[in-house]
Design a protein around this ligand. Structure first.
Ligand SMILES: [Zn+2]
Length: 112
């Protein structure tokens, strides 16, 4: 029982209060140019991927469908992570990845 509890405590970051180590993605819609910020939680959004007969994940994958406020085009984002939840690759269709600086300056320009 104590081992079981320990395992789950580790998974959830202890007491069900996961540390906020979210990944923020910044994307620009290819259709209208809107910049959008998306939160990816390594604790909640990652789907484990299994390979062969192994009973532990060999990696993780995240698929996000993003719809901005300016138009109804969908932006698909797919990210892969290794077994230690470190980002391996990211792929996007319907938009482009931008930096946080680009996102913030676009927002500043819009509200000015
Ligand atoms: Zn758009």
């Amino acid at each position: 029982m104590s081992i079981f509890k320990k395992l789950f405590g580790g998974l959830l970051g202890g007491g069900g209060r996961p540390a906020d180590d979210a990944i923020w993605l910044y994307v620009r819609c290819a259709a209208c140019g809107e910049t959008i910020r998306v939160r990816v939680s390594p604790l909640n959004d990652l789907s484990p991927e299994f390979e062969g007969e192994r009973d532990y994940p060999t990696g993780y994958i995240v698929r996000k469908e993003i719809v901005g406020q300016n138009c109804f085009r969908r932006i698909h984002v797919e990210m892969t992570f290794d077994a230690r939840r470190q980002p391996l690759s990211q792929d996007i269709t319907g938009g482009t990845f931008i930096t946080r600086e680009e996102y913030e300056s676009s927002r500043d320009a819009a509200s000015a």
